[in-house]
Design a protein around this ligand. Sequence first.
Ligand SMILES: NC(=O)c1ccc[n+]([C@@H]2O[C@H](COP(=O)([O-])OP(=O)(O)OC[C@H]3O[C@@H](n4cnc5c(N)ncnc54)[C@H](OP(=O)(O)O)[C@@H]3O)[C@@H](O)[C@H]2O)c1
Length: 95
Amino acid sequence: MRSLNTPSTARSFRAARQQRSVAAAAAGKHIVITGANTGIGFEAALDLAKKDYDVTLACRNDDKAAAAAQRIKAAVPGAKVSTLRLDLSDLDSVR
Ligand SMILES: NC(=O)c1ccc[n+]([C@@H]2O[C@H](COP(=O)([O-])OP(=O)(O)OC[C@H]3O[C@@H](n4cnc5c(N)ncnc54)[C@H](OP(=O)(O)O)[C@@H]3O)[C@@H](O)[C@H]2O)c1
């Protein structure tokens, strides 16, 4: 009979506990990410969507934002993703 007290069992319990705490942290949380259509912003948005956060992609180009939202929805079925036009070089965009 295999012991339950192996390092890999302990690792699985730790991973499951960590997943539960990430899911609990994400519950009801909404994150707005600037520059989210590409690069670091996109990767951050994708990762947070995978962790079940509501994400808003704040981008200056609507088409790029919509394409990024589609890529996230394709990678994460059921992801809660929205877009918002935001050009940080335009003060009318910043309120
Ligand atoms: N990549 C790295 O390894 C690295 C390392 C250290 C630091 N950084 C810094 O981290 C930041 C992001 O890097 P990245 O590689 O993710 O850059 P990136 O791929 O060039 O992405 C920049 C993002 O910012 C958006 N953006 C630029 N000007 C904007 C404005 N006026 N209003 C709203 N959005 C605007 C871009 O939108 P558009 O697509 O419409 O242009 C794009 O979505 C940069 O400042 C970079 O210098 C990057």
